[in-house]
Design a binder for this molecule. Structure first.
Ligand code: HEC
Length: 157
């Protein structure tokens, strides 16, 4: 009888450790699947514009010019030079014929819409800067920058 109880106890211990082990295995597998899922979810979901090769460098150069202009604007704001803020916004980021053409070149209406809105917001920034009101100018800059980010989160070359 004693032997039987010992045997039973051993059996139970073995059984429960096997159950714990297989539960762990299961959790591990789930974890791996979740990680795999995450990797797929974080895939680049931006819309591809299919920019022709010969345009790619040109577009990127323009983009770097945009960033330089924003840099110039922030520097001018820090120096209280509202005239320069206004000029840079209008001349380098505002809606010129060249910018209008660039925005319509890729045959994507949503891209064009955001692009035109962005240049319009740049002109608004240029106008508001003339009031020399720092807070309003910063708000206008913020509004404009949101268009840069809106487009970047949706599109790629
Ligand atoms: C209407 C769309 C649109 C707007 C608005 C826009 N961009 Fe871009 N930008 C793009 C696209 C498309 C790319 C290419 C992204 C890619 O293919 O990965 C890009 C790329 C860039 C790059 C990377 C350039 C390189 O050398 O790789 C910079 C910097 C940049 N943009 C800055 C800006 C700034 C600053 C603004 C606003 C002041 C802005 N962009 C507004 C569409 C836009």
């Amino acid at each position: 009888m004693k032997r039987f109880i010992l045997f039973l106890a051993l059996g139970l211990i073995l059984l429960s450790s096997f159950a714990a082990y297989s539960e762990m295995e299961h959790k591990n597998k789930e974890g791996q699947q979740m990680m795999h899922h995450k990797a797929t979810d974080s895939k680049d979901t931006r819309i591809q514009l299919n920019v022709p090769d010969m345009m790619k460098e040109h577009q990127k150069t323009m983009m770097r010019e945009h960033l330089k202009a924003v840099n110039e604007i922030v520097g001018a704001l820090a120096a209280n030079d509202f005239e320069l803020v206004s000029q840079t916004a209008h001349k380098k980021l505002g809606l010129t014929d060249e910018m209008r053409n660039m925005c319509s070149m890729f045959g994507n209406q949503e891209f064009e819409k955001i692009g035109l809105e962005f240049h319009t917001k740049a002109d608004e920034l240029g106008d508001i800067a003339k009031t020399k009101d720092l807070n309003k100018t910063l708000l206008a800059l913020d509004t404009m920058l949101k268009r840069c980010n809106q487009c970047h989160s949706m599109f790629k070359q």
